[in-house]
Design a protein around this ligand. Structure first.
Ligand code: FMN
Length: 223
């Protein structure tokens, strides 16, 4: 088990998984630890769904059908400003290029790029997916920050045990489909998906580590 700091450094987005499921007894302690996340006034405003096995296969089929039919994503919230500030846009472009390069897909290869986009809608074929949500009335509030802590705890807890995950906004592209497949989610605003599992050994795309700015670029100490 990695230390907290080591897990923070080790975590990166994993986009190729082994089909073998994660042992079930690793999940309960992870979920309990994620639920220790702080929240404003201890409201604990998150909800978390785990889907796997045949129910996940059924969800994948419906997601792929919507994607293949060209249905526009209809997430319940907008992720970021549009357009992005130019320096954010440059980093977003660079990470997109890096992922494609690590998958061996040329920029002019439209078919390959489409296949990569499509992989988002099978949740990268992971054997398990968490879906993180909050109450539908929480749109636009700091509540999202509390929920983000849960997502980060799940990712770090998985990384500490040598497991991998990829946070996904694209996984909440079709909330109505999610609602049909996740009983009890009627009042849920879906925030992100988190496919997870055992990272595929030797995967080139899994080795991709997008560069980070040095702290000097975003950190200021006063006093
Ligand atoms: C909320 C959120 C949504 C994301 N959505 C996607 C996604 O839909 N598809 C994808 O491949 N990566 C997605 N990512 C992963 C980011 O591309 C990734 O975190 C970023 O490039 C930094 O790389 P790293 O996670 O490997 O450190 C998402 C990350 C976050 C935090």
């Amino acid at each position: 088990m990695l230390s907290t700091l080591d897990a923070m450094h080790a975590r990166r987005s994993i986009r190729e998984f082994e089909a073998t499921p994660v042992p079930a007894d690793t999940l309960r302690p992870l979920i309990e630890a994620a639920g220790r996340a702080p929240s404003s006034k201890n409201t604990q405003p998150w909800s978390l769904f785990l889907i796997q096995g045949e129910p996940l296969e059924a969800l994948r089929r419906d997601y792929l059908a919507a994607f293949d039919a060209g249905e526009a994503p209809r997430p319940a919230y907008r992720y970021s400003p549009d357009p992005l500030p130019p320096e954010w846009q440059a980093r977003a472009k660079s990470v997109g290029i890096g992922i494609l390069q690590h998958k061996g897909i040329a920029r002019e290869d439209a078919v390959g790029r489409r296949a990569h986009d499509r992989a988002n809608f099978t949740f990268f074929d992971a054997p398990h997916v968490f879906f993180l949500g909050t109450h539908a009335s929480a749109y636009g509030y700091g509540t999202f920050l509390d929920c983000g802590f849960v997502l980060e705890r799940l990712m770090l807890g998985l990384a500490a045990q040598g497991l991998g995950s990829c946070p996904q906004y694209s996984a909440v592209s079709y909330p109505d489909i999610l609602c049909r497949h996740l009983p009890g989610s009627e009042d849920t605003l879906f925030i992100a998906g988190l496919p997870f599992g055992i990272p595929k050994p030797g995967s080139r795309v899994n080795s991709f580590q997008p560069a980070r700015l040095p702290p000097e670029a975003w950190f200021r100490s006063v006093g």
